[in-house]
Structure formats: structure tokens, C-alpha cells
Design a protein around this ligand. Structure first.
Ligand code: BV8
Length: 247
């Protein structure tokens, strides 16, 4: 067991409450491409054309094509050992749950019980006007054009697009958890998107021990991170679990 893993395991064992914050990186090994960097989603679909509320309002059918491709990718995805390790840490009481920026539902499918969906969940469609919500079904909603709801308005994925506020409940609950936690596990996020990127900073400001698990260094690594576990989450998190059992 390296010193870094020992420090991280001891923090999770001795400091409570703990909480995890995750980004697209934890789902990379489930076959869902991340957003930024080599081969990221934004290479093919520039976010200002496909991921903002302005783009959606201007041309729902164009943005819907991006989402049909995303739905295809999501439908074939399964939780990986990284998701399962976080569910196990919750089971052991080492973390209260997960605040995720991801919209893929994989934490829930891996067994995590307390999941705050900071950016929503793409398994559902919703209308802006009345908030009518349906579970996405390719046989019902699939096609080249955004499906319409009762009121004739386009149904859109129940996710937070750029330029949209974070759902107030998720925003407040996440901030409270980040302020109160004594240890935070930050997994697979590039720390580029706000206000989500503020959560680890809030935890750090309140004295929390920050463990970061990522394949690359981020803006957090040399500023707020106490222990940086380099590598894919599907390997680093199970290894951390093993270290916890050994100490
Ligand atoms: C808002 C949902 C206000 C849909 C997403 C200028 C400066 C600062 C902020 C802004 C600015 N201009 C505009 C803003 C605000 C903007 C923002 O932050 N922009 C950024 C890009 C500059 N934010 C917003 O618009 C937010 N809303 O501010 O509203 C408001 C208030 C009131 C009224 C109206 C408005 C909304 C942000 C949410 C947008 N929705 N997603 C969808 O999923 O398509 S964001 C999108 O980015 C995803 O949710 C993603 O999760 C999220 C964050 O990215 P990451 O998860 O970190 O993913 P990324 O690819 O970047 O990084 C992956 C990481 O994993 C990397 O570090 C990589 O090294 C690592 N990795 C890779 N493989 C692995 C791994 N790690 C471990 N294991 C591996 N195997």
C-alpha cells in the first residue's frame, strides 16, 4: 500500500461525514466519452451549438440530434468498478452519498442510494412550460425531431444545459453537504464547470480533507487536493477500498 493510498484510506476511516463529488471521468470506463480533451463529446458537438439553453430554444430539432446520439451511448452503458466502489463506501458509512455532475444514472444502477443529480438525469424528458416528465423511450420519443408534449412544446432531456440554473434543491443540499463534510472524494472531474466546481473548494474552505482521483491533474490538484490518486477510477477506487479493509 503506497503512502498516498494509506493517507486517503485513513482519512475516509477517521473523518466523518464524507461525501463524493463525481464528473464525467468516472463514467469513461463505462463507455461514455467525457466532454473535454481528446475524443471528448465537445469535439464533435461544440457546446455553444448543442449544450446551451439558447441553442435548444433556437433549434430544438438540431439539438435533439445530439441527444439521440447521447441516448444511444447511455443505453449501452453499465456501471463500472468505480461506481460500485462508491456504492460500497456509502454502504460502509465512509461517505453519505454522491453529488454527481453526470446525467447517466450509473451511480444509482451501481447501488448508490443517496445521489444528488447536480445536472439532472438524461433518462427522463421534461417540458419547460408545465414540467411534464416522461421516462425516455426510443420507441416512443426516438426520431429526428424533438418529441412534443400535450401543450405542443418540445420535450427536452431533464438535464441542466449551459445557461440554466442548477435545480435549487440539488444546489442547496450539495452546498450544505460540501460545507459540513470532513473528507471529500473528488472523482473524474476537470473542475471547469461552475457552480459544480465550487463544491470541492467549499469543502476545502471548511477544513475538509480532499482526495482527488483522476487520470490527469486538474486545477484542484496543486491548490486544494491533499491526496491525488492518479489513474482510472475503475482502478483507483477499488484499490482505495482494499486499503481501507487493510488498515
Ligand atoms: C449556470 C449536462 C447560471 C448536460 C452540463 C465563465 C466562467 C465561469 C463560469 C461560466 C463562464 N461562462 C459561463 C459560465 C457558467 C457555465 C460554465 O461553468 N461554463 C464553463 C464551461 C466555463 N455554467 C453554467 O452554465 C451552469 N449554469 O451557471 O447558470 C444561471 C443562474 C440563474 C439563472 C440562469 C442561469 C450549468 C452548467 C451545467 C451544464 N451541463 N451537463 C450534459 O451532460 O450534456 S455540464 C457538463 O460538464 C457535464 O455535466 C459534465 O459532467 C460537466 C463537468 O465536466 P466534467 O464532469 O468535469 O467532465 P470533463 O469531460 O470536463 O472532465 C472529465 C475529467 O475526467 C477530466 O479531468 C479527465 O482527466 C478525467 N477522467 C477521464 N477518464 C477518467 C477520468 N478520471 C478518472 N477515471 C477515468 N477513467
Amino acid at each position: 500500500m503506497t503512502d498516498l493510498y494509506r493517507q486517503a484510506a485513513e482519512a475516509l476511516k477517521n473523518l466523518t461525514p464524507g461525501v463524493a463529488v463525481t464528473g464525467a471521468g468516472i463514467s469513461a470506463e463505462s463507455g461514455i466519452p467525457t466532454f473535454r480533451g481528446e475524443g471528448g463529446i465537445w469535439e464533435k458537438y461544440p457546446p455553444d451549438e448543442y449544450a446551451t439553453i439558447e441553442a435548444w430554444n433556437a433549434n430544438p430539432d438540431k439539438v435533439w440530434k445530439f441527444w439521440m446520439e447521447m441516448f444511444e451511448t447511455l443505453s449501452g452503458s453499465e456501471p463500472n468498478p468505480g461506481h460500485r466502489a462508491l456504492a460500497e463506501l456509502e454502504e460502509q458509512g465512509r461517505i453519505q452519498g454522491v453529488i454527481t455532475q453526470n446525467i447517466d444514472n450509473l451511480h444509482q444502477e451501481a447501488g448508490s442510494k443517496k445521489v444528488i443529480e447536480y445536472h439532472g438525469n438524461a433518462r427522463y424528458l421534461v417540458t419547460d412550460k408545465f414540467g411534464h416528465r416522461e421516462r425516455f423511450d426510443p420507441n416512443i420519443h426516438g426520431g429526428d425531431r424533438a418529441p412534443l408534449s400535450f401543450d405542443g412544446t418540445a420535450m427536452r432531456p431533464d438535464v441542466v444545459m449551459f445557461g440554466e440554473p442548477i435545480p435549487s434543491g440539488a444546489m442547496v443540499e450539495s452546498a450544505l453537504l460540501a460545507e459540513a463534510c470532513k473528507v471529500m472524494l473528488v472523482v473524474g472531474t476537470s473542475a471547469q464547470v461552475y457552480p459544480g466546481a465550487r463544491l470541492p473548494m467549499l469543502a476545502h474552505q471548511n477544513g475538509a480533507f480532499i482526495i482527488e482521483a483522476n487520470t490527469e491533474e486538474t486545477d484542484f490538484t496543486h491548490t486544494i487536493t491533499h491526496v491525488f490518486l492518479k489513474g482510472p477510477a475503475g482502478e483507483t477506487l477499488p484499490k482505495l477500498l482494499d486499503c481501507l479493509k487493510a488498515i
